[in-house]
Design a protein around this ligand. Sequence first.
Ligand code: ADP
Ligand code: ASP
Ligand code: MG
Length: 476
Amino acid sequence: MQLTMKFGGTSVGSAAAIRRTVELVGQQVDEGHQVVVVVSAMGIRPVKVTDLLLQGAHAAVADDAEKPREIAALLRQVHQEAIAGVVEEGELRQALLAEIDAFVRRFSDLCGAVRVLGELTPRALDAIAGMGEQMAARIVAAALQTTGRPAAAVDATALIVTDAGFQDATPLVEETASHIEATLPPLLAANTIPVVTGFIAATPDGITTTLGRGGSDYTAALLGRALASDEVWIWTDVDGVMSADPRLVPEAHTIRALTYREVGELAYYGARVLHPRTIRPCVEAGIPLRIKNTFHPENPGTLIVADGSPVAGNGAMKAVTAIGNQSLISLEGNGMLGIPGIAARTFSAVARQGVNVLLISQASSEQSICFSVPGSSATTVIGALEDEFAGEFRRRDMDRVWALEPVAIVTVVGAGMRGTPGIAGRLFSALGNAGINIIAIAQGSSECSISLVVDEADTRDAVQEIHNLLQVVPAR
Ligand code: ADP
Ligand code: ASP
Ligand code: MG
Protein backbone atom coordinates (compact mmCIF):
# COMPACT_ATOMS: atom_id res chain seq x y z
CA MET A 1 0.00 0.00 0.00
CA GLN A 2 0.98 3.57 -0.50
CA LEU A 3 0.18 5.49 2.69
CA THR A 4 0.29 9.20 3.40
CA MET A 5 0.59 9.59 7.16
CA LYS A 6 0.27 12.96 8.85
CA PHE A 7 1.50 13.49 12.39
CA GLY A 8 0.02 16.40 14.32
CA GLY A 9 1.68 18.78 16.75
CA THR A 10 1.61 16.57 19.83
CA SER A 11 2.83 13.59 17.80
CA VAL A 12 6.06 15.50 17.21
CA GLY A 13 5.86 17.60 20.38
CA SER A 14 8.78 16.05 22.29
CA ALA A 15 11.68 13.68 21.78
CA ALA A 16 9.54 10.85 23.20
CA ALA A 17 6.68 11.64 20.83
CA ILE A 18 9.02 11.84 17.85
CA ARG A 19 10.47 8.44 18.74
CA ARG A 20 6.95 7.01 18.75
CA THR A 21 6.20 8.64 15.41
CA VAL A 22 9.38 7.19 13.93
CA GLU A 23 8.41 3.77 15.26
CA LEU A 24 4.93 3.99 13.73
CA VAL A 25 6.37 4.97 10.36
CA GLY A 26 8.95 2.20 10.60
CA GLN A 27 6.26 -0.42 11.32
CA GLN A 28 4.39 0.44 8.15
CA VAL A 29 7.57 0.45 6.09
CA ASP A 30 8.52 -2.94 7.55
CA GLU A 31 5.13 -4.27 6.51
CA GLY A 32 6.07 -3.40 2.96
CA HIS A 33 4.12 -0.18 2.62
CA GLN A 34 5.41 2.91 0.91
CA VAL A 35 5.03 5.82 3.33
CA VAL A 36 4.95 9.57 2.81
CA VAL A 37 5.10 11.45 6.11
CA VAL A 38 3.59 14.88 6.74
CA VAL A 39 4.36 16.73 9.96
CA SER A 40 2.95 19.70 11.83
CA ALA A 41 4.98 22.11 13.92
CA MET A 42 5.83 20.85 17.40
CA GLY A 43 2.96 21.20 19.82
CA ILE A 44 3.91 20.97 23.45
CA ARG A 45 0.48 21.37 25.03
CA PRO A 46 -0.60 23.98 25.86
CA VAL A 47 2.10 25.70 23.77
CA LYS A 48 2.16 25.23 20.02
CA VAL A 49 5.18 26.39 18.09
CA THR A 50 2.91 27.96 15.45
CA ASP A 51 1.20 30.02 18.15
CA LEU A 52 4.59 31.13 19.49
CA LEU A 53 5.73 32.23 16.04
CA LEU A 54 2.55 34.22 15.50
CA GLN A 55 2.73 35.75 18.98
CA GLY A 56 6.25 36.90 18.21
CA ALA A 57 5.12 38.56 14.99
CA HIS A 58 2.19 40.31 16.67
CA ALA A 59 4.40 41.52 19.52
CA ALA A 60 6.92 42.86 17.01
CA VAL A 61 4.35 44.94 15.16
CA ALA A 62 3.28 46.40 18.50
CA ASP A 63 6.88 47.59 18.91
CA ASP A 64 7.72 44.97 21.54
CA ALA A 65 11.33 43.84 21.12
CA GLU A 66 11.50 41.77 24.27
CA LYS A 67 8.74 39.26 23.52
CA PRO A 68 10.20 38.08 20.18
CA ARG A 69 13.54 37.65 21.95
CA GLU A 70 11.95 35.50 24.64
CA ILE A 71 10.12 33.46 22.02
CA ALA A 72 13.29 32.97 19.98
CA ALA A 73 15.01 31.59 23.08
CA LEU A 74 12.08 29.26 23.78
CA LEU A 75 11.96 28.04 20.16
CA ARG A 76 15.65 27.28 20.26
CA GLN A 77 15.32 25.43 23.55
CA VAL A 78 12.31 23.33 22.56
CA HIS A 79 13.84 22.20 19.27
CA GLN A 80 17.30 21.63 20.71
CA GLU A 81 15.84 19.44 23.46
CA ALA A 82 13.94 17.39 20.91
CA ILE A 83 17.09 16.96 18.82
CA ALA A 84 19.13 15.92 21.85
CA GLY A 85 16.56 13.18 22.50
CA VAL A 86 16.38 11.74 19.01
CA VAL A 87 19.66 12.26 17.19
CA GLU A 88 22.97 10.97 18.54
CA GLU A 89 25.91 13.29 18.90
CA GLY A 90 27.81 13.66 15.68
CA GLU A 91 27.71 15.31 12.30
CA LEU A 92 24.00 14.83 11.69
CA ARG A 93 23.12 16.42 15.02
CA GLN A 94 25.47 19.34 14.46
CA ALA A 95 24.08 20.02 11.00
CA LEU A 96 20.54 19.87 12.34
CA LEU A 97 21.30 22.21 15.23
CA ALA A 98 22.81 24.67 12.76
CA GLU A 99 19.66 24.52 10.63
CA ILE A 100 17.40 25.15 13.63
CA ASP A 101 19.64 28.03 14.63
CA ALA A 102 19.30 29.53 11.15
CA PHE A 103 15.50 29.29 11.33
CA VAL A 104 15.40 30.93 14.74
CA ARG A 105 17.68 33.70 13.51
CA ARG A 106 15.42 34.19 10.51
CA PHE A 107 12.44 34.42 12.86
CA SER A 108 14.25 37.10 14.88
CA ASP A 109 15.24 38.99 11.72
CA LEU A 110 11.70 38.92 10.35
CA CYS A 111 10.31 40.11 13.68
CA GLY A 112 12.93 42.88 13.67
CA ALA A 113 11.84 43.95 10.20
CA VAL A 114 8.18 43.88 11.15
CA ARG A 115 8.95 46.03 14.19
CA VAL A 116 10.88 48.60 12.19
CA LEU A 117 8.22 48.78 9.48
CA GLY A 118 5.41 48.84 12.01
CA GLU A 119 3.44 46.72 9.60
CA LEU A 120 2.56 43.04 9.65
CA THR A 121 1.27 41.88 6.28
CA PRO A 122 -0.47 38.53 5.72
CA ARG A 123 2.52 37.60 3.58
CA ALA A 124 4.98 38.24 6.41
CA LEU A 125 2.74 36.33 8.81
CA ASP A 126 2.85 33.26 6.57
CA ALA A 127 6.62 33.43 6.20
CA ILE A 128 6.90 33.48 9.98
CA ALA A 129 4.10 31.01 10.81
CA GLY A 130 5.41 28.28 8.52
CA MET A 131 8.79 27.90 10.13
CA GLY A 132 7.49 25.50 12.79
CA GLU A 133 6.74 22.86 10.19
CA GLN A 134 10.10 23.42 8.49
CA MET A 135 11.95 22.80 11.74
CA ALA A 136 9.83 19.78 12.72
CA ALA A 137 10.22 18.09 9.32
CA ARG A 138 14.00 18.31 9.54
CA ILE A 139 14.04 16.84 13.03
CA VAL A 140 11.70 13.95 12.14
CA ALA A 141 13.70 13.16 8.98
CA ALA A 142 16.92 13.09 11.02
CA ALA A 143 15.25 10.92 13.67
CA LEU A 144 14.25 8.42 10.97
CA GLN A 145 17.77 8.44 9.58
CA THR A 146 19.14 7.77 13.06
CA THR A 147 17.11 4.55 13.14
CA GLY A 148 18.69 3.52 9.86
CA ARG A 149 15.85 4.53 7.56
CA PRO A 150 16.77 6.84 4.69
CA ALA A 151 14.58 9.95 4.92
CA ALA A 152 14.55 13.45 3.51
CA ALA A 153 12.82 16.60 4.74
CA VAL A 154 10.83 18.21 1.93
CA ASP A 155 9.43 21.73 2.16
CA ALA A 156 5.90 21.76 0.78
CA THR A 157 6.71 25.16 -0.71
CA ALA A 158 8.23 23.06 -3.50
CA LEU A 159 5.16 20.82 -3.78
CA ILE A 160 1.93 22.69 -3.17
CA VAL A 161 1.25 25.66 -5.42
CA THR A 162 -1.47 28.06 -4.25
CA ASP A 163 -3.00 31.41 -5.04
CA ALA A 164 -1.81 34.41 -3.04
CA GLY A 165 -4.56 34.09 -0.43
CA PHE A 166 -2.09 34.33 2.41
CA GLN A 167 -3.11 32.64 5.68
CA ASP A 168 -5.78 30.57 3.93
CA ALA A 169 -4.47 29.94 0.45
CA THR A 170 -6.21 27.82 -2.17
CA PRO A 171 -4.16 25.16 -3.96
CA LEU A 172 -3.90 25.16 -7.75
CA VAL A 173 -4.62 21.52 -8.47
CA GLU A 174 -2.71 20.87 -11.69
CA GLU A 175 0.46 22.75 -10.80
CA THR A 176 0.47 21.03 -7.42
CA ALA A 177 0.06 17.59 -8.98
CA SER A 178 2.96 18.11 -11.37
CA HIS A 179 5.28 19.41 -8.63
CA ILE A 180 4.44 16.48 -6.38
CA GLU A 181 4.88 13.96 -9.18
CA ALA A 182 8.27 15.38 -10.03
CA THR A 183 9.53 15.32 -6.45
CA LEU A 184 8.12 12.53 -4.33
CA PRO A 185 8.04 9.38 -6.53
CA PRO A 186 11.80 9.56 -7.21
CA LEU A 187 12.46 9.69 -3.45
CA LEU A 188 10.10 6.77 -2.84
CA ALA A 189 11.70 4.81 -5.66
CA ALA A 190 15.03 5.25 -3.89
CA ASN A 191 13.44 3.92 -0.68
CA THR A 192 13.78 7.30 0.96
CA ILE A 193 10.92 8.37 3.21
CA PRO A 194 9.83 11.91 2.35
CA VAL A 195 9.01 13.95 5.47
CA VAL A 196 6.93 16.81 4.15
CA THR A 197 6.07 20.01 6.01
CA GLY A 198 2.34 20.34 6.59
CA PHE A 199 0.53 23.69 6.52
CA ILE A 200 2.84 25.58 4.15
CA ALA A 201 2.76 26.03 0.40
CA ALA A 202 3.90 28.68 -2.08
CA THR A 203 2.55 30.88 -4.85
CA PRO A 204 3.70 30.20 -8.42
CA ASP A 205 6.40 32.84 -7.72
CA GLY A 206 7.64 30.85 -4.75
CA ILE A 207 6.33 33.08 -1.98
CA THR A 208 5.38 31.14 1.12
CA THR A 209 1.68 30.81 1.90
CA THR A 210 -0.21 28.73 4.47
CA LEU A 211 -3.35 26.65 4.18
CA GLY A 212 -5.08 28.02 7.28
CA ARG A 213 -4.74 27.00 10.91
CA GLY A 214 -4.77 23.25 11.31
CA GLY A 215 -3.95 22.96 7.61
CA SER A 216 -1.46 20.09 7.86
CA ASP A 217 -4.36 17.65 7.58
CA TYR A 218 -5.21 19.28 4.27
CA THR A 219 -1.59 18.94 3.12
CA ALA A 220 -1.82 15.19 3.71
CA ALA A 221 -5.03 14.96 1.68
CA LEU A 222 -3.50 16.97 -1.18
CA LEU A 223 -0.45 14.71 -1.29
CA GLY A 224 -2.67 11.65 -1.01
CA ARG A 225 -4.69 12.72 -4.01
CA ALA A 226 -1.69 13.61 -6.16
CA LEU A 227 0.10 10.36 -5.31
CA ALA A 228 -3.08 8.25 -5.50
CA SER A 229 -2.35 6.98 -2.00
CA ASP A 230 -4.33 3.94 -0.93
CA GLU A 231 -5.13 5.60 2.38
CA VAL A 232 -4.48 8.83 4.24
CA TRP A 233 -3.90 8.47 7.98
CA ILE A 234 -4.12 11.38 10.40
CA TRP A 235 -2.22 10.63 13.60
CA THR A 236 -3.23 12.81 16.54
CA ASP A 237 -3.58 12.76 20.33
CA VAL A 238 -7.11 11.32 20.64
CA ASP A 239 -8.55 7.94 19.64
CA GLY A 240 -10.10 9.25 16.43
CA VAL A 241 -13.15 11.39 15.82
CA MET A 242 -15.16 11.38 19.01
CA SER A 243 -18.82 12.02 19.79
CA ALA A 244 -17.73 15.43 21.18
CA ASP A 245 -14.52 17.26 21.95
CA PRO A 246 -13.22 15.22 24.89
CA ARG A 247 -12.09 18.45 26.48
CA LEU A 248 -15.71 19.57 26.71
CA VAL A 249 -17.31 16.17 27.35
CA PRO A 250 -15.00 13.78 29.21
CA GLU A 251 -17.22 10.74 28.52
CA ALA A 252 -17.16 11.29 24.74
CA HIS A 253 -16.56 8.06 22.83
CA THR A 254 -14.70 7.27 19.63
CA ILE A 255 -16.85 6.85 16.52
CA ARG A 256 -15.61 3.83 14.58
CA ALA A 257 -16.82 4.98 11.17
CA LEU A 258 -18.21 8.19 9.72
CA THR A 259 -18.99 9.29 6.19
CA TYR A 260 -17.06 12.05 4.43
CA ARG A 261 -20.14 14.23 4.66
CA GLU A 262 -20.61 13.69 8.38
CA VAL A 263 -17.01 14.39 9.23
CA GLY A 264 -17.08 17.36 6.86
CA GLU A 265 -19.95 18.93 8.77
CA LEU A 266 -18.26 18.20 12.10
CA ALA A 267 -15.01 19.76 10.97
CA TYR A 268 -16.74 22.76 9.40
CA TYR A 269 -18.61 23.44 12.62
CA GLY A 270 -15.60 23.40 14.87
CA ALA A 271 -14.36 19.86 15.57
CA ARG A 272 -10.68 20.65 15.44
CA VAL A 273 -9.63 17.05 15.02
CA LEU A 274 -9.70 17.46 11.22
CA HIS A 275 -9.23 20.51 9.00
CA PRO A 276 -12.50 20.93 7.05
CA ARG A 277 -10.80 21.12 3.66
CA THR A 278 -9.16 17.70 4.16
CA ILE A 279 -12.29 15.92 3.00
CA ARG A 280 -12.59 17.09 -0.59
CA PRO A 281 -9.38 15.72 -2.10
CA CYS A 282 -10.09 12.39 -0.39
CA VAL A 283 -13.66 12.25 -1.71
CA GLU A 284 -12.53 13.19 -5.20
CA ALA A 285 -9.89 10.50 -5.28
CA GLY A 286 -11.98 7.99 -3.30
CA ILE A 287 -9.25 7.68 -0.66
CA PRO A 288 -10.28 6.29 2.73
CA LEU A 289 -9.18 8.46 5.62
CA ARG A 290 -8.26 7.15 9.06
CA ILE A 291 -7.83 9.13 12.26
CA LYS A 292 -5.62 7.41 14.81
CA ASN A 293 -3.97 8.07 18.15
CA THR A 294 -0.16 8.19 18.10
CA PHE A 295 -0.17 7.39 21.79
CA HIS A 296 -2.62 4.42 21.46
CA PRO A 297 -1.85 3.01 18.03
CA GLU A 298 -3.57 -0.27 18.95
CA ASN A 299 -6.89 1.58 19.01
CA PRO A 300 -8.51 1.26 15.58
CA GLY A 301 -9.48 4.94 15.58
CA THR A 302 -11.99 6.26 13.08
CA LEU A 303 -12.41 5.26 9.46
CA ILE A 304 -13.98 7.82 7.11
CA VAL A 305 -15.88 6.17 4.28
CA ALA A 306 -18.04 7.05 1.29
CA ASP A 307 -21.42 8.65 1.88
CA GLY A 308 -24.11 6.04 2.24
CA SER A 309 -21.64 3.26 3.03
CA PRO A 310 -23.20 0.71 5.40
CA VAL A 311 -19.92 0.64 7.34
CA ALA A 312 -20.78 4.05 8.76
CA GLY A 313 -23.98 2.72 10.34
CA ASN A 314 -27.01 4.93 10.47
CA GLY A 315 -27.08 6.28 13.99
CA ALA A 316 -29.39 9.26 14.05
CA MET A 317 -27.22 11.61 16.05
CA LYS A 318 -23.57 10.67 16.08
CA ALA A 319 -21.62 13.64 17.36
CA VAL A 320 -21.96 17.17 18.63
CA THR A 321 -19.57 20.03 18.14
CA ALA A 322 -19.42 23.74 18.92
CA ILE A 323 -17.81 26.81 17.53
CA GLY A 324 -17.64 29.92 19.69
CA ASN A 325 -16.93 33.60 19.30
CA GLN A 326 -19.57 34.16 16.64
CA SER A 327 -21.87 37.12 16.04
CA LEU A 328 -25.44 36.68 14.92
CA ILE A 329 -26.19 39.51 12.51
CA SER A 330 -29.83 40.46 11.97
CA LEU A 331 -31.13 42.69 9.23
CA GLU A 332 -34.66 43.81 10.01
CA GLY A 333 -37.45 45.89 8.53
CA ASN A 334 -41.11 45.79 7.53
CA GLY A 335 -40.30 46.95 4.03
CA MET A 336 -38.31 43.76 3.32
CA LEU A 337 -41.48 41.74 3.00
CA GLY A 338 -41.74 40.22 -0.44
CA ILE A 339 -39.06 42.39 -2.04
CA PRO A 340 -36.90 40.17 -4.22
CA GLY A 341 -33.14 40.30 -4.10
CA ILE A 342 -32.62 41.38 -0.50
CA ALA A 343 -30.94 38.12 0.47
CA ALA A 344 -28.77 38.14 -2.65
CA ARG A 345 -27.65 41.72 -1.97
CA THR A 346 -27.03 40.94 1.69
CA PHE A 347 -24.78 37.98 1.06
CA SER A 348 -22.98 39.61 -1.85
CA ALA A 349 -22.15 42.56 0.40
CA VAL A 350 -20.84 40.19 3.07
CA ALA A 351 -18.87 38.15 0.54
CA ARG A 352 -17.19 41.30 -0.80
CA GLN A 353 -15.66 41.72 2.65
CA GLY A 354 -14.22 38.19 2.39
CA VAL A 355 -16.18 37.13 5.45
CA ASN A 356 -17.30 33.53 5.86
CA VAL A 357 -20.96 33.02 6.81
CA LEU A 358 -21.20 29.85 8.87
CA LEU A 359 -24.95 29.67 9.28
CA ILE A 360 -28.07 31.29 7.86
CA SER A 361 -31.27 31.07 9.77
CA GLN A 362 -34.73 31.79 8.54
CA ALA A 363 -36.85 33.96 10.75
CA SER A 364 -40.49 33.11 11.28
CA SER A 365 -41.61 36.10 9.24
CA GLU A 366 -39.92 37.45 6.16
CA GLN A 367 -39.07 40.60 8.02
CA SER A 368 -35.55 39.72 8.95
CA ILE A 369 -32.50 37.90 7.71
CA CYS A 370 -30.21 36.44 10.28
CA PHE A 371 -26.77 34.84 9.88
CA SER A 372 -23.60 34.24 11.81
CA VAL A 373 -20.11 35.52 11.16
CA PRO A 374 -16.91 35.30 13.22
CA GLY A 375 -17.04 37.83 16.04
CA SER A 376 -14.03 39.70 14.71
CA SER A 377 -15.88 40.46 11.44
CA ALA A 378 -19.13 41.80 12.91
CA THR A 379 -18.27 45.51 12.69
CA THR A 380 -17.06 45.20 9.10
CA VAL A 381 -20.18 43.29 8.09
CA ILE A 382 -22.55 45.74 9.73
CA GLY A 383 -20.77 48.63 8.00
CA ALA A 384 -20.99 46.89 4.63
CA LEU A 385 -24.72 46.26 5.04
CA GLU A 386 -25.39 49.83 6.15
CA ASP A 387 -23.71 51.00 2.95
CA GLU A 388 -25.45 48.46 0.74
CA PHE A 389 -28.91 49.31 2.07
CA ALA A 390 -28.36 53.04 2.69
CA GLY A 391 -31.37 53.85 0.48
CA GLU A 392 -33.63 51.36 2.23
CA PHE A 393 -32.64 52.69 5.64
CA ARG A 394 -33.38 56.25 4.50
CA ARG A 395 -36.80 55.25 3.19
CA ARG A 396 -37.41 53.24 6.37
CA ASP A 397 -37.95 50.07 4.37
CA MET A 398 -35.30 48.68 6.62
CA ASP A 399 -35.10 49.40 10.33
CA ARG A 400 -31.80 48.18 11.58
CA VAL A 401 -28.87 45.86 11.27
CA TRP A 402 -27.36 44.67 14.50
CA ALA A 403 -25.25 41.95 16.09
CA LEU A 404 -26.06 39.65 18.94
CA GLU A 405 -22.78 38.50 20.47
CA PRO A 406 -20.99 36.52 21.62
CA VAL A 407 -22.89 33.46 20.53
CA ALA A 408 -21.86 29.89 19.77
CA ILE A 409 -23.07 27.49 17.11
CA VAL A 410 -23.70 24.02 18.46
CA THR A 411 -24.08 21.41 15.73
CA VAL A 412 -25.29 17.84 15.94
CA VAL A 413 -24.29 15.54 13.11
CA GLY A 414 -25.53 12.21 11.80
CA ALA A 415 -26.71 11.14 8.36
CA GLY A 416 -29.48 9.07 9.93
CA MET A 417 -31.18 12.20 11.29
CA ARG A 418 -32.79 12.77 7.91
CA GLY A 419 -35.06 9.79 8.27
CA THR A 420 -35.65 10.03 12.00
CA PRO A 421 -38.65 12.09 13.01
CA GLY A 422 -38.67 14.33 16.03
CA ILE A 423 -34.94 15.08 16.28
CA ALA A 424 -35.40 18.84 16.41
CA GLY A 425 -38.11 18.43 19.03
CA ARG A 426 -35.81 16.31 21.19
CA LEU A 427 -33.05 18.90 20.91
CA PHE A 428 -35.41 21.71 21.88
CA SER A 429 -36.82 19.86 24.88
CA ALA A 430 -33.40 18.78 26.12
CA LEU A 431 -32.03 22.31 26.01
CA GLY A 432 -35.32 23.79 27.27
CA ASN A 433 -35.33 21.47 30.28
CA ALA A 434 -31.79 22.56 31.04
CA GLY A 435 -32.83 26.22 30.86
CA ILE A 436 -30.74 26.94 27.76
CA ASN A 437 -32.24 29.43 25.34
CA ILE A 438 -32.02 28.57 21.63
CA ILE A 439 -31.56 31.80 19.73
CA ALA A 440 -31.76 30.39 16.20
CA ILE A 441 -31.76 27.07 14.39
CA ALA A 442 -30.58 25.97 10.95
CA GLN A 443 -30.35 22.72 9.08
CA GLY A 444 -27.13 21.93 7.23
CA SER A 445 -27.35 21.88 3.46
CA SER A 446 -26.33 18.25 3.34
CA GLU A 447 -29.18 17.42 5.71
CA CYS A 448 -26.94 15.51 8.03
CA SER A 449 -26.59 18.27 10.58
CA ILE A 450 -28.70 20.61 12.66
CA SER A 451 -27.14 23.74 14.13
CA LEU A 452 -28.41 25.72 17.07
CA VAL A 453 -27.25 29.18 18.07
CA VAL A 454 -26.91 29.70 21.81
CA ASP A 455 -25.38 32.30 24.09
CA GLU A 456 -21.65 31.62 24.20
CA ALA A 457 -21.86 31.20 27.96
CA ASP A 458 -24.18 28.20 27.43
CA THR A 459 -21.83 26.34 25.07
CA ARG A 460 -20.49 23.71 27.43
CA ASP A 461 -23.92 22.93 28.91
CA ALA A 462 -25.57 22.76 25.49
CA VAL A 463 -22.91 20.38 24.17
CA GLN A 464 -23.21 18.23 27.29
CA GLU A 465 -27.04 18.10 27.13
CA ILE A 466 -26.99 17.13 23.48
CA HIS A 467 -24.30 14.57 24.13
CA ASN A 468 -26.56 13.00 26.77
CA LEU A 469 -29.19 12.68 24.02
CA LEU A 470 -26.76 10.88 21.69
CA GLN A 471 -26.75 8.05 24.18
CA VAL A 472 -30.53 7.68 24.28
CA VAL A 473 -31.64 8.30 20.70
CA PRO A 474 -31.27 4.84 19.20
CA ALA A 475 -29.76 4.08 15.82
CA ARG A 476 -32.40 3.12 13.29
P1 ADP B 1 -3.09 17.80 15.82
O1 ADP B 1 -1.96 18.70 16.14
O2 ADP B 1 -2.78 16.35 16.01
O3 ADP B 1 -3.68 18.08 14.47
P2 ADP B 1 -5.36 19.15 16.98
O4 ADP B 1 -5.24 19.81 18.30
O5 ADP B 1 -5.38 19.99 15.76
O6 ADP B 1 -4.19 18.07 16.92
O7 ADP B 1 -6.66 18.23 16.94
C1 ADP B 1 -6.89 17.24 17.93
C2 ADP B 1 -7.79 17.79 19.01
O8 ADP B 1 -9.09 18.03 18.47
C3 ADP B 1 -8.07 16.84 20.14
O9 ADP B 1 -7.05 16.91 21.12
C4 ADP B 1 -9.41 17.30 20.67
O10 ADP B 1 -9.30 18.11 21.81
C5 ADP B 1 -9.97 18.17 19.56
N1 ADP B 1 -11.31 17.78 19.15
C6 ADP B 1 -12.35 18.63 18.96
N2 ADP B 1 -13.46 17.97 18.62
C7 ADP B 1 -13.14 16.67 18.54
C8 ADP B 1 -13.86 15.48 18.20
N3 ADP B 1 -15.15 15.50 17.87
N4 ADP B 1 -13.19 14.32 18.23
C9 ADP B 1 -11.89 14.28 18.56
N5 ADP B 1 -11.16 15.36 18.89
C10 ADP B 1 -11.77 16.54 18.89
N1 ASP C 1 0.93 24.06 12.78
C1 ASP C 1 -0.23 24.59 12.09
C2 ASP C 1 -1.21 25.17 13.09
O1 ASP C 1 -0.95 25.17 14.27
C3 ASP C 1 -0.87 23.58 11.21
C4 ASP C 1 -1.39 22.33 11.88
O2 ASP C 1 -1.19 22.13 13.08
O3 ASP C 1 -2.04 21.53 11.20
O4 ASP C 1 -2.22 25.68 12.71
MG1 MG D 1 -4.81 19.70 13.76
